[in-house]
Design a binder for this molecule. Structure first.
Ligand code: OGA
Ligand code: MN
Length: 308
């Protein structure tokens, strides 16, 4: 696709790694895009999983309206420490009024939950489709860490050994918002509202992608649970850990080193991502995230026995 459309675009596209991902240079996404550009971007997204829009300068409203080109916004039920509105996530170790917070602050501890492999809102019955993260304050070049790392779960699935593939075939993982509190007990408890409205859900470990010929990807997260339905806690946690280790050791990765003004859009349906730790007390890091809601619940093999 890249070669096919390049000549007709008014912006430039480059690959950003051997694995996946492209950058778009020379497109100001704060301007209204025409239908043709949106269509091309959707196709490029589908094919490349990560798009980095360079050198943006976006207000909340501009980021929200660009995001809406790709679908309905995911709306969070209530504003809290990590959300500066019901539609934008404040991904930062800096308060909204600009104060650098220590790593003991709740808002900063929430960022640490992102350091485990995950997709966004996997704890929802319909997890999100895409996320758009905008780099407002980024780490200086000499700092260690602070990247966002992505892994291609189509490729991870394909590379699993046959025995493990067979074992995973019908299994589900239980995902729940409260798991973050278990890892970081200093965080305040989940609110009654969230408990009532976002109860635990289960999703298949093997995910079929209806728009991609039912291609399979491995689907689990490490920030929203480690229980596998039908297995004891101990055995489930052991299998879960094995999957985490496989992903961490995998070569199918792209690590994004942020430049100020990057707007990075990723596909939550086939990638996992995580934040790479950095010295939170030394460096400021301020991002804003908007999220495109998913359209369907996750389809696993057992829902479609004829293709097995
Ligand atoms: C997120 C997220 C990663 C990062 O905002 O959903 O996972 O590097 N962020 O901050
Ligand atoms: Mn995330």
């Amino acid at each position: 696709l890249i070669n096919k459309v390049l000549f007709m675009l008014n912006f430039q596209i480059n690959k950003i790694s051997d694995q996946f991902g492209i950058e778009v240079i020379g497109l100001d996404v704060s301007k209204n895009l025409n239908e043709k550009d949106v269509k091309v971007l959707k196709d490029l997204f589908h094919e490349n999983h990560v798009i980095v829009f360079r050198k943006q300068n976006l207000s909340d409203e501009e980021q929200l309206s660009f995001t809406e080109n790709f679908g309905d916004l995911e709306v969070y039920p209530e504003a809290d420490k990590t959300k500066d509105s019901q539609k934008t996530y404040h991904v930062a170790n800096v308060s909204l009024d600009g104060k650098h917070l220590t790593d003991k602050d709740e808002q900063v501890i929430f960022q640490k939950v992102n350091q485990r492999w995950h997709t966004d809102s996997s704890y929802r019955f319909i997890p999100s489709y895409a996320s758009l993260l905008y780099g407002i304050e980024v780490l200086p070049d000499e700092a260690n860490g602070g990247e966002t790392e992505f892994v291609n779960m189509f490729k991870v699935y394909k590379a699993l050994d046959k025995e493990l593939k067979t074992k995973l075939e019908y299994l589900h993982m239980v995902h729940y918002y409260e798991f973050g509190r278990r890892m970081f007990p200093n965080l305040p408890p989940v609110s009654e509202f969230e408990k009532e409205n976002i109860p635990p859900v289960s999703h298949p470990l093997i995910r079929l992608h209806p728009e991609r010929n039912n291609d399979r990807s491995l689907f689990f997260t490490a920030n929203a649970g480690n229980e596998i339905g039908g297995m004891t806690q101990e055995k489930g946690a052991c299998l879960h850990k094995k999957l985490v280790d496989i992903v961490s050791a995998s070569v199918f990765k792209y690590k994004h080193r942020w430049k100020k003004g990057d707007l990075v859009m990723w596909d939550n349906r086939c990638l996992l991502h995580r934040a790479i730790p950095y010295d939170m007390n030394k460096y400021r890091r301020v991002f804003r995230r908007t999220t495109v809601a998913g359209l369907t619940a996750i389809k696993g093999p057992c829902l479609n026995p004829e293709i097995i």
